[in-house]
Design a protein around this ligand. Structure first.
Ligand SMILES: NC(=O)C1=CN([C@@H]2O[C@H](COP(=O)(O)OP(=O)(O)OC[C@H]3O[C@@H](n4cnc5c(N)ncnc54)[C@H](OP(=O)(O)O)[C@@H]3O)[C@@H](O)[C@H]2O)C=CC1
Ligand SMILES: O=C1O[C@H](COP(=O)(O)O)[C@@H](O)[C@H](O)[C@H]1O
Length: 493
């Protein structure tokens, strides 16, 4: 059972494994800064960074300072803040070094009165997750008077068997309620808003089913290419990188039943039921339900872009997909017959994550001429870069009969554009013991079970790998997927 602390300003030592890396610099340090600045966590905090580089505390603090200046786009005196940061270099595969780390943590515990509370944030490659978890336990770092929690970055495995193995290794050292598996989409303001939009509006919930909804489309497109992550991405592809986690989590939130209570166990259990109800796609059916693509060269905003195969650390003949579109069916009473279309890709025309809920047509067309169709009502949940909701309605306007209009509740309607960063929220939740927006093992396992036959079919060449020009919205084959159902992708930019 997770106990959410009532303490307003939780206190703990945060140990970041991989503190010299990209994630720590771009996301974690600025998030900790904002938590302290906004008085969310106790001013009595300490952060210990672990990496192999032989940095001193001062070098580490300068790196933290740089990261915050870059993220906040301002230069502020940060010495006071960075004085809470300590660096402890060691190779995480060396068990004896954990004893020295423990001594440091015990000392800092005394200095900052953090009551033995520890967050171990694993911002490192997944092959180290099991070793670190086990050493933390064996060398006594979790045996304190306070609480110990472990935060695991993605990817959580490569397929179901590897995820099971990893889970077992972590579970030998930590209980499920101490494990916080990060899916940073669950920390996004508008992803968290899906539940609120659904369950606090009499307008939507009665319509949220196969009687009134025609289809749901989830798009998460990126303009960035694979950047310097070719080595990782070659073994991952868009299916494992985005679909297995972020996309399926959004499907689960959109499709789940109202939980009995808004607590961790009830919400997770409803999401699990959705993942269990996902219609499995057999290897031979994959080509009918999923399209995979890879970006070729192209142009975006006047800039020439190279093909995926020409990126660093990418095979000249790579078969890795940088784009996936799919049609998912949920076999339960609420959703039978309603396709959930998903698409995600790199080097697309726009950076945009949006959910479009398309309602069914009204029974009779009174206002449009014969041959004209009434534009469908749409509820659009804008996740990023704009945050908000847009409702497409038809009203009488400009003296005409009926015209489509948009009811737009965007950023400035909500409380400011500066909604907290996903990592900021998730770190705070973890320190309060709230695991609701982290993925339970059952969700991870079910997601891999769904995704594995797809990657297996692709590995066996059972479906074509198409290409799409960089700067486009993906391969044309993805349009066919919807056309077969008389649907089409609705624009996201
Ligand atoms: N970067 C991102 O935006 C995202 C990253 N992730 C995940 O976060 C994790 C970290 O990613 P990222 O920060 O990009 O990776 P980096 O390669 O930038 O950083 C890796 C870190 O691991 C440390 N490290 C590697 N081997 C050892 C070792 N044997 N002992 C001690 N430290 C070691 C490195 O320290 P040193 O070099 O000093 O040894 C470095 O701090 C990965 O699981 C990734 O998938 C997830 C989502 C987004
Ligand atoms: O987890 C990941 O997400 C990012 C996209 O995240 P967003 O918050 O910018 O939408 C993606 O670029 C990366 O490949 C993937 O690992």
């Amino acid at each position: 059972m997770n106990v959410i602390t009532q303490e307003k300003h939780p206190k703990a030592i945060i140990v970041i494994f991989g503190a010299t890396g990209d994630l720590a610099k771009r996301k974690l340090f600025p998030s900790i800064y904002r938590l302290v600045e906004n008085n969310k966590i106790s001013q009595e905090f300490a952060v210990v960074g672990v990496g192999r580089r032989p940095w001193s505390n001062d070098e580490f603090r300068n790196n933290v300072s740089d990261s915050i200046q870059t993220a906040m786009k301002e230069s502020k005196e940060l010495d006071d803040f960075t004085s809470h940061f300590y660096y402890h270099p060691f190779d995480v595969t060396n068990p004896t070094s954990y004893l020295e780390l423990n001594n440091l943590l015990n000392n800092l515990d005394g200095t900052y009165e953090t009551e033995g509370n520890r967050v171990f944030f694993l911002a490192m490659a997944p092959e180290f997750f099991g070793t670190i978890a086990q050493n933390l336990k064996k060398q006594g770092l979790t045996a304190t008077n306070g609480w110990s929690r472990i935060v695991i970055e993605k990817p959580f495995g490569h397929d179901l068997p590897s995820a099971q193995k990893l889970n077992q290794e972590i579970r030998e050292a930590f209980n499920e309620d101490q494990i916080y598996r990060i899916d940073h989409y669950l920390g996004k303001e508008m992803v968290q808003n899906i539940e609120v939009i659904r369950f606090s509006n009499a307008l939507f919930e009665p319509l949220w089913n196969n009687r009134y909804i025609s289809n749901i489309q989830i798009t998460s497109s990126e303009t960035l290419g694979v950047e310097d992550r070719g080595r990782y991405y070659e073994n991952s592809g868009a299916l494992r990188d985005m679909v297995q986690n972020h996309m399926l989590q959004m499907v689960a939130l959109l499709a789940m039943e109202p939980p009995i209570k808004l607590n961790t166990n009830e919400i997770r259990s409803e999401k699990v039921k959705v993942l269990r109800a996902l219609r499995a796609v057999s290897e031979d059916e994959v080509k009918d339900y999923f399209i995979r693509g890879q970006y070729s060269n192209g142009e975006l905003d006047g800039k020439q872009l190279i093909a995926y195969r020409d990126e660093n650390n990418v095979d000249d003949d790579s078969q890795t997909e940088t784009y996936v579109a799919g049609k998912l069916l949920i076999d339960n009473f609420r959703w039978a017959g309603v396709p959930f279309y998903i698409r995600t890709g790199k080097r697309m025309a726009a950076k945009s994550t949006k959910i479009v809920v398309q309602f069914k047509d009204i029974p009779m067309n009174l206002y449009y001429k014969k041959g004209e169709t009434v534009p469908p009502n749409l509820l659009i949940i804008n996740i990023q870069p704009d945050e908000g909701i847009t409702l497409h309605l038809n009203v009488k306007k400009d003296g005409g009969n009926s015209k489509p209009v948009k009811l737009d509740l965007s950023n400035n309607f909500f409380d400011g554009i500066n909604t907290p960063e996903a990592y900021e929220k998730l770190l705070y939740d973890c320190m309060r013991g709230d695991a609701t927006n982290f993925t339970h093992w059952d969700e991870v396992a079910l997601s891999w079970s769904f995704v594995d036959p797809i990657s297996e079919a692709w590995k066996k060449g059972k479906a074509e790998l198409t290409t799409y020009p960089s700067g486009s919205m993906g391969p044309k084959e993805a349009d066919e997927l919807l056309k077969d159902d008389d649907n089409e992708w609705l624009p996201v930019n």
